[in-house]
Design a protein around this ligand. Sequence first.
Ligand code: M6R
Length: 604
Amino acid sequence: MCGVVGITGNENATKILVHGLEKLQYRGYDSAGIFVDDQAGSNFLVKTTGSIADLNEKITPEVQGTAGIGHTRWATHGGVTTENAHPQFSDDNRFYLVHNGVIENYQELKDEYLQDVKFHSQTDTEVIVQLVDKFSKEGLSTKDAFKKTISLLKNASYAFLLMDKEDPETLYVAKNKSPLLIGLGDHCNVVCSDSIAMLDVTNTFMEIQDGDVCIVKPDSVQVYDQAGELSERKHFEVNVDPSDSEKGTYPYYMLKEIDEQPNVMRKLAKEYLDENGKPVINDQLLKAMSQADRFYIVGAGTSYHAGLVGKKQLEALTGIPTEVHVASEFAYEKPLLSEKPFFIFLSQSGETADSRQVLVNVNAKKLPSLTITNVANSTLSREADFTLLLNAGPEISVASTKAYTAQIALEAIVAKAVGMSKGNQKATDFDLKYQLGLIATEMQSLVEEKEIINQVSKDYFVDAKQAFYIGRGVDYTVSLESALKLKEISYVHAEGFASGELKHGTIALIEEGTPVIGIITQDDTAGLTRSNLAETAARGAKTLAIAKKSLAKPEDTFVIADVDELLTPLLSVIPAQLLAYYTSLNKGLNVDLPRNLAKSVTVE
Ligand code: M6R
């Protein structure tokens, strides 16, 4: 995780860097720092623990420059202290470095090369900047010292931005595994982990690839590939309205993003279904998917949970067996793959390192793949054979909401398309256009139930130490997602459970007043989940239900419309998202930036 920014050739470097870091705070927010140089003999290093607002408070008016680098941190090596915040610097204060990633062999390098050097932090990053300094003292140019340092790294992930006080207009840049883009401006170039940070400067960006080392000056960018050859890299335009990533009048992004879901459903239907409701999906992608004998869905966190729903949709509408895997586990397993596997990567950010590692393995075996993501030109999008975009608009809050529902809707569209191309009657009859329209309307009613949900949050969750969501089949998958939402932003220990499994051990945890929410949307298992809910009530649980209208009882707290059973998660998750939101809010927590987390998880 962590976000990095750099700029050269602009007298407002400080302001632009700080603004860029604000936009990258979703990548980590435990500490931050900048280094700027005015090329007239003055330079400034400002670092702090805490947020970018805390950093801003420490930046005095004289901290100005024409070139600089900045960092927002999610700690890996070394605690959250000002010393461990980036930029890290060499002992002689000549070189400054920001880093997103992890250097696995940093201790070995320190022991072998830097025994006599004084260190100022506990970070793996400092080893890199001290090594550059050492090699430059031995006579290498900064570029060669940087390259030599990089050649010594083993199993490293990095996006590096290095500055040399003796040549302050140059940014030395390198990337492996961690995301990094170069933005091309007018007599000014920028570097950033995500284009969103620099859209005020430019919307033209250059992809840089793993192993590249780049020399960035105000009027030029040189890219050296892994073999050390000067190379050309593709440019692309980012057409995002910067105001899409503003909160507007909402107190938190999460609430805005929950409210945007009805529109996201409408947009997906418009984008991917024609006037007759037939999916509009690239022919080559359809061909590749139709030839598969097994789908492998890969994701992490919420995206993994969306994949669990996708499995049910794909199997029901295409008849092709589908496995769903947690990316961090699958990356290092030795799976027995089917003869014609097809991989589907689900990732809101398109940058999750765990998922990316699986894609690296898949590409090494030359197997076909699709990435479903919200971010065009993201790493997973660039490196998979095919991409489908969620087009949900930027998702800023750490807790994923609209990406989850968009992933489920798009998986359904893909499942219908593949099923139809295989002549599956159920897929042909599946009226997704009507269903998504109905769902958008029903979602709108659910998101308007804020006051009721706020009250339930106060009555059931704010003082709870633990909570359970239970369900069967597709409802179980929504239980997992609902529990993740609650724990990550409200810190209430919550579990999603297969309701039939509770009695095999976990029911021992139910105490007087423990909230247990049953999700009940599937006709054939509704009665069973009701019984399981009653079993917890008999042991003191305060029970609630999120039930489909035709299965609801008068006492049920949340009733959702009767929609196709493959799509009920699109509605049943909404009360759970709002319960998590209000519980966090009522506990006085920072809803969008929960402790210990980051939005884009770019380390394994
Ligand atoms: O960007 P991705 O969808 O690949 O991210 C995967 C997870 O890190 C993410 O869904 C995470 O679990 C969210 N914080 C959940 O709200």
